[in-house]
Design a binder for this molecule. Structure first.
Ligand code: 4NP
Length: 154
């Protein structure tokens, strides 16, 4: 069965679209088919395209994310997705606060999937410089590779 995975940050314009993009690209490389999406715990940026700096760092790494549009996480996401991956601990707390009783998604922190980074936050690059987005890209790419291996038992 095709697995499904949702990446969640605060605004859905910086970190989670990059996680979605890196994961989709790594799936393509690995020949793995998965349903992949991202969302934000907040609603402020719903309908907007990713931050220009996120679009730029993805493009620099060969992935176009300009077509993505932000959306807020919904209670149905907890029923529909097999895996929900929070980008930081605050996102995780906010997700747990709205999770419905019949939610079935397995929840984890993105950096739980990177050696020696378990429990850590993917720092929000929103108030940082372009270099902060390079750091984010590196983190989401490493996590994506490890996650795909785990989910496909390779
Ligand atoms: P994201 O970054 O959660 O990685 O998409 C942010 C985007 C916008 C805001 C905060 C974080 N904001 O406060 O508008």
């Amino acid at each position: 069965m095709t697995q499904s995975i949702l990446f969640v940050c605060l605004g859905n314009i910086c970190r989670s679209p990059l996680a979605e993009a890196a994961f989709r690209d790594e799936c393509r490389r690995a020949g793995v088919s998965m349903v992949i999406d991202s969302a934000g715990t907040g609603h402020w940026h719903a309908g907007q395209e990713p931050d220009d700096r996120a679009i730029a760092v993805a493009a620099k790494n060969g992935v176009d994310i300009a077509h993505l549009r932000a959306r807020q996480v919904t209670t149905n996401d907890f029923r529909d997705f097999d895996h929900i991956v929070a980008l930081d601990n605050q996102n995780m707390a906010d997700l747990k606060a709205v999770a419905p009783k019949d939610g079935r998604a397995e929840m984890s922190l993105l950096l739980d999937h990177v050696e020696d980074r378990a429990g850590q936050d993917v720092a929000d690059p929103y108030y940082g410089d372009d270099g902060a987005f390079d750091v984010t890209w590196g983190e989401v790419t490493e996590a994506a590779r490890n996650l795909i291996s785990k989910l496909t038992n390779n």
